[in-house]
Design a protein around this ligand. Structure first.
Ligand SMILES: [Zn+2]
Length: 309
């Protein structure tokens, strides 16, 4: 106790020998939230009676109030066991590409709606975590379109493609070209000067250098405090002009096809957020479980019901 808990998930076997029961998951969660022991939510003292059977609650020895270790997290007020949540987080975090709700429901033996809602909560936690970071330095910006597959179009559903703005940072390294950094994605109603400027201003630090292909609607970046590196696309192929964005977009396209078989528009941003979260932590795979668990512990203000439809 007192030490910060860190679990580096090496593999599935390692995970299952660490989190063997509901109690071990709860202990881990408590240690992660309160490295110096959980305080009573009412009086702050740290002496509790033994855990209340079948309730995620501890009674304070001084004031008799109950403290719930999951209060304020995405685990609160769900009927799903912590162990089930931990396995779900492990699977989602450790997988290189991310799981669909269908696969998650099959892997965990839970119904599709529950799996879908759990994934929604995890994605929300991922999005919140990434929203606290902005890109800076050198950034490539471009747009792409995602949407209904041709099969979907034949069935006469919404056939419109959703424009998505893409930003990928990079670091020039002397003598070694450029190293890809972090990414941001934003689905928008249309690609206009306003949506692009809003996107750049919310996701990129002022003073950064923005590289674009010179074709699109990026006229006033300088007026908003950015340095505009406009690369005319005419003579060169797109992937030479914006190499980081280009590679990122092709990975995103194969994720969309492979994991989700095309994406429906209402929840598109959720998937984009998950993809970014994963991409931005691609060099920290063994820490992904801890990081996603930690992100999931942050105060959850979105009601569960908002994510289930
Ligand atoms: Zn108390």
């Amino acid at each position: 106790m007192g030490m910060e808990t860190r679990y580096h998930a090496r593999n599935l076997m390692d995970f299952f020998t660490t989190f063997t029961s509901e109690e071990s998951c709860e202990r881990y969660l408590i240690q992660m939230r309160w490295p110096d022991e959980m305080p009573c939510q009412k009086c702050g003292k740290k002496e509790f009676y033994s855990r209340v059977k079948d309730r995620r609650a501890y009674q304070c020895q001084s004031c008799k109030a109950f403290t719930r270790p999951t209060a304020g997290t995405i685990f609160h007020r769900t009927r799903t066991s912590l162990q089930c949540w931990f396995v779900a987080i492990f699977l989602v975090a450790f997988d290189k590409r991310g799981l669909s709700a269908l696969l998650l429901s099959e892997e965990l033996g839970i119904d599709y709606r529950t799996a879908w809602a759990m994934l929604g909560r995890m994605r929300h936690a991922m999005a919140k975590r990434d929203a606290s970071y902005t890109l800076h330095g050198y950034v490539e910006i471009d747009e792409m379109f995602l949407g209904a597959t041709s099969e979907g179009a034949k069935r006469g559903r919404g056939t419109t493609q959703t424009p998505v703005l893409v930003a990928v940072s990079y670091t020039p390294i002397t003598g070694k070209g450029e190293m890809t950094g972090f990414a941001k994605l934003q689905a928008v109603k249309a690609v206009t000067e306003k949506t692009v400027i809003d996107f750049v201003k919310s996701q990129v630090e002022p003073g950064s250098t923005i590289r674009t292909d010179g074709l699109s609607v990026y006229p006033s970046l300088e007026r908003h405090g950015f340095i505009h590196d406009r690369q005319p696309i005419k003579k060169r192929k797109a992937h030479f002009v914006l190499p980081h964005v280009h590679t990122f977009i092709s990975n995103l396209r194969s994720f969309v096809q492979g994991t989700h078989h095309g994406l429906s528009e209402p929840h598109l941003q959720q998937y984009l957020d998950e993809f970014c979260y994963r991409f931005n932590r691609r060099h920290h795979r063994t820490e992904m479980f801890d990081r996603l668990l930690r992100a999931s512990l942050e105060k959850e203000e979105t009601p569960f019901s908002a994510l289930t439809h």
